[in-house]
Design a binder for this molecule. Structure first.
Ligand code: GH3
Ligand code: MG
Ligand code: MG
Ligand code: MG
Length: 296
């Protein structure tokens, strides 16, 4: 696990870079940058777990690099340790105030550097684990309800601001109670996970979100997607589910697992709750109409 963690060393002094790289290499993947611009470029491209950042560099000082890292959503959360020849207490305090996780004064002690790097990488792993627990549903590995609420609100605001379409789809497994009754709850869990994987695979990019809304009900947030595009996407997903042909002999709908989908696309003047209610009403209609269909 450790060997996969990436540490970027940014220092204009070749000797310093080399010394740190040699120290870190046995335990981490080491990336190097010789100035601030290169540090930003490498950080954005590789998204390291930790950056050891020199403060005094000719093109751009470490404080400026740190500020720009925080401004870029790709690197906003990356942990940074300043490594600096300025060893006064006020230098250290300024570094920490600027948002660095730690401050190491040069000349540094190799053992202490390694211990601090290990400590901060451990904190990075712990933070990721907490984020995961907060945002990911344990059974399906999809985003959870909390994450959905956040993303839906953000995407709603964005759609309003940019005047772009926003679609929402609620997907509910048909006759899932009978599935559990017939095949058992563990098999039900596996079927639910299979449907979740299918929806996740159908997401077109990082701005699409598939979440578990609750029980056997999933919700898709589809930014920049009009009703026609969203319905086409749902048709693809249902075709994928057909191909999977998960047996469900107890279903009154079909001998395989099917889903009903209710969708809606944001109308002018509509608030997020109204958009959600419209999708939910369409899901209800899809169920009423016999299930195994999409209503928009
Ligand atoms: P409908 O076609 O109207 O959606 O019928 P349904 O049986 O799917 O709907 P209902 O809401 O009556 O039941 C949902 C079932 O989904 C009941 C519940 O046991 C099951 N379920 C919800 N979450 C899970 C889960 O995490 N694992 C399993 N195995 N079953 C679940
Ligand atoms: Mg320097
Ligand atoms: Mg159901
Ligand atoms: Mg349900």
């Amino acid at each position: 696990m450790n060997s996969l963690q990436k540490v970027l060393v940014a220092d204009d002094d070749a000797i310093n870079r080399e010394v740190l790289a040699e120290l870190l290499k046995p335990e981490y993947t080491v990336l190097l940058a010789k100035d601030g611009a290169q540090a930003l470029e490498r950080a954005a491209r590789h998204v390291p777990d930790l950056i050891l950042l020199d403060v005094m560099m000719p093109d751009m000082d470490g404080f400026e690099v740190l500020r720009r890292l925080r401004d870029d959503p790709r690197t906003a959360d990356v942990a940074v340790i300043f490594v600096s020849g300025m060893g006064r207490p006020e230098d250290e305090a300024n570094g920490l105030k600027a948002g660095a996780s730690d401050y190491i004064a040069k000349p540094f002690n190799a053992t202490v550097v390694m211990a601090r790097v290990a400590l901060h990488l451990q904190m990075v792993r712990q933070r990721r684990m907490l984020e995961r627990l907060a945002h990911v549903d344990g059974l399906t590995e999809l985003a959870n309800r909390r994450r959905f609420d956040e993303v839906f609100e953000q995407e709603y605001q964005r759609a309003r601001r940019q005047g772009t379409p926003l679609s929402l789809a609620l997907l509910d497994i048909d006759s899932f109670k009978q599935y559990n009754d017939h095949y058992g709850h563990p098999a039900g869990d596996r079927a639910l996970r299979a449907v979740a994987r299918l929806t996740a695979a159908g997401m077109r990019g990082p701005s699409d979100l598939a979440a578990r809304y609750g029980g056997e009900e999933l919700v898709l947030v589809l930014p920049d997607t009009d009703a026609g595009q969203a319905q086409a996407l749902m048709a693809d997903m249902r075709a994928g589910l057909d191909r999977m042909a998960i047996e469900h002999v107890a279903s009154p709908v079909a001998p395989v697992l099917t889903v009903s989908v209710g969708g809606a696309t944001l109308c002018p003047g509509e608030d997020p709750a109204e958009l959600f209610a419209a999708a939910d009403a369409h899901l209800y209609r899809a169920k009423q109409a016999g299930r195994n269909r999409v209503m928009w």
